[in-house]
Each structure stands twice: as structure tokens, then as C-alpha cells.
Ligand binder design. Structure first.
Ligand SMILES: [Zn+2]
Length: 124
């Protein structure tokens, strides 16, 4: 899988998906992206988020209040001395970002903070 990823992904994408890196905030074209459609895993094509659940959190990364059912998995991440919940693609295991509990309350209070380089987009 790692070798396949190395061929398919750019250096930055590989650093995020395989090595759990974080892209520089406000660098992703998806931060202010508001077209209707579906966001997919750039490594395997798994449909992860719907544009309907995207919101502007001003954190610098594409943010969603929910993921597609069964599309992502969660891991407890204890790096950097704070407990965070890591979000990975349920299909290929690629690192996507983290989920926090300070999202819009009217939608359940979750904020999926996702690296834009880990995403692809399919227009509706
Ligand atoms: Zn994937």
C-alpha cells in the first residue's frame, strides 16, 4: 500500500495520508470551496463528506460537521500531549485529520477538521 501511495500521491499528500502530517492552514483550495458535490479520499476514492455538511470554521482547514456513514474511522491520538480524535479513511486507512467537539451545535456539535490535500472533489 505504501509503495502504491508513493507512486500515486504527491509528496504533500503522502506526508498527510501516510505519515499523519498536517498541511499548512489556509493553503487548501477547499477551505473556501463551496460548490455542491462530494468530497472523496484522494488515495482511494472513498466518498467521505457531502458539501451539505461543510461549514466555515475559520480554522484554516476544510471543516465538516458530519462524515458519510461508515466512511471514516476514529483513533485516539495522544501525540502533542493532548488527547485528540484522529479521523482516518475507513477504506484505505489514510490519515485525514481530527474531529473536535466545538462544531455547530445545531448539527450535533462536531467539527471534522480535514486536510484539504487528502481530499478530492466530485461535482454534483
Ligand atoms: Zn481512502
Amino acid at each position: 500500500m505504501e509503495e502504491k501511495w508513493k507512486r500515486k500521491l504527491t509528496k504533500v499528500q503522502y506526508r498527510v495520508l501516510a505519515e499523519k502530517g498536517t498541511e499548512i492552514p489556509f493553503t487548501s483550495k477547499f477551505v473556501k470551496h463551496s460548490e455542491k458535490g462530494k468530497y472523496i479520499c484522494v488515495a482511494c476514492g472513498n466518498v467521505l463528506f457531502d458539501s451539505e455538511t461543510k461549514f466555515n470554521s475559520y480554522c484554516g482547514w476544510p471543516s465538516f460537521w458530519d462524515a458519510k456513514k461508515g466512511a471514516v474511522k476514529f483513533h485516539t491520538d495522544k501525540s502533542f500531549f493532548i488527547k485528540r480524535t484522529e479521523v482516518v479513511c475507513a477504506k484505505c486507512g489514510g490519515h485525514l485529520g481530527h474531529v473536535f467537539n466545538d462544531g455547530p451545535k445545531e448539527h450535533g456539535g462536531k467539527r471534522f477538521c480535514i486536510n484539504g490535500v487528502a481530499l478530492g472533489f466530485k461535482k454534483k
